[in-house]
Design a protein around this ligand. Structure first.
Ligand code: FPP
Ligand code: MG
Length: 338
């Protein structure tokens, strides 16, 4: 039987956009449009609940940075079979969305992309199953490729779960180090960027050294991306972020600004980080302490280093508009405020 549920009309908030004339998104506008069509099709189900929950998140905003990296990497190596890379980019965005549905359950997050989180709006059980639904849909798109692509995609998914577990091990754990953090982030965030870039190069027919360069680009820009996410959790603004700040302190997540503040022996941060239920007053005091100390500057500097690693990998790419797009994207990621 064909899935027949209606796609609910969502009224997404006016999300801030990384897009504009001459930006990396404009280099893949047509391909991105095909990804959007795939996504809208993928979330159709005979069960309206699955479609509603998926639409709530996937059609309600989202920067689509992972598909853009995947598409640009493919086009930078002069890939020709557009539909193939559109399907992989769709798969990666579906995996990402599945992890966000599950992540908001795990983090007890009330808000995502400027709206109530799916788990708050639709309940834990249905949201959990919708994550599974999207995850399976992702493999409908990725599963038709050769063994290498399927293996790399599966590896990325395994890494995501391992990253989440490793992060849990260091929850409210003052023993966490910057190296532990980088390992968490490599797995929980960078793995999807890395896989998108690597598969893009591979499907375009790039040689092993160039696939390696694409892999290195994705890994490093993914780490830089997550560091900025963590910085914004301290210094960002609710309206731009679409979620409140201070979530990492509330949840006891070992974010980079928190680890760097712990390293300076900041008493307010240390006190809040180890507490199971810090008060809102304690969280604001700790946030102010992080802002007043060196942690944000240090975190931004580390993010810049990873960004530079990503840019270095790009030097191995042949010169093209799409390589320039990947370069600009790194800068946008570093400079963003949402
Ligand atoms: C967001 O991080 C979460 C992730 C990047 C990964 C979450 C992974 C899982 C829940 C494992 C499930 C895996 C699969 C394959 C279904 P964050 O909490 O730091 O960011 P946020 O502030 O946007 O919530
Ligand atoms: Mg989260």
């Amino acid at each position: 039987m064909k899935p027949n549920s209606a796609i609910p009309s969502t009224a997404p908030r006016r999300i801030p956009s990384l897009r504009g004339a001459g930006d990396p998104f404009s280099y893949v506008r047509e391909e991105l449009e095909l990804v959007e069509q795939n996504l809208a099709q993928a979330i159709r189900s005979r069960e309206q609940t699955l479609t509603d929950i998926a639409a709530h998140l996937i059609l309600g905003g989202g920067k689509r940075v992972r598909p853009v990296v995947t598409l640009l990497a493919f086009l930078a190596f002069d890939g020709k079979r557009t539909q193939d890379i559109v399907d992989i980019a769709t798969s990666i965005e579906l995996i990402h969305t599945a992890t966000l549905l599950h992540d908001d359950i795990l983090d007890g997050a009330e808000t995502r992309r400027g709206k109530e989180s799916a788990f708050k709006k639709f309940g834990l059980k249905s949201t959990l199953v919708t994550g599974d639904f999207l995850f399976i849909k992702a493999f409908e798109f990725a599963g038709k490729f050769d063994e290498t692509v399927v293996q790399w995609t599966a590896d990325a998914c395994a890494l995501l779960t391992e990253g989440e577990i490793l992060q849990g091990i260091f929850n409210r754990n003052k023993a966490v180090t910057v190296d532990d953090y980088i390992e968490i982030v490599r797995r929980k965030t960078a793995s999807l960027f890395q896989t998108g870039a690597k598969v893009g190069a591979y499907l375009a027919g790039a040689n092993t050294a160039l696939i390696e360069a694409a892999d290195c680009y994705g890994l490093n820009m993914g780490i830089a991306f997550q560091i900025i996410d963590d910085v914004l959790d301290v210094v960002g603004h609710l309206e731009l972020l679409g979620k409140p700040t201070g979530m990492d302190l509330r949840d006891g997540n070992p974010s980079l600004p928190i680890i760097l503040s712990l390293n300076t022996g900041d008493a307010a941060v240390c006190e809040v980080f180890k507490q199971a239920r810090p008060s809102e007053g304690e969280i604001s005091t700790a946030l102010e302490a992080i802002k007043a100390g060196p942690a944000i500057r240090q975190a931004k500097a580390l993010s810049q280093q990873y960004a530079e690693n990503a840019l270095r990998s790009l030097r191995k790419f042949p010169p093209s508009l799409h390589r320039n797009g990947l370069k600009t994207l790194v800068q946008l990621i570093i400079d963003r405020d949402f």
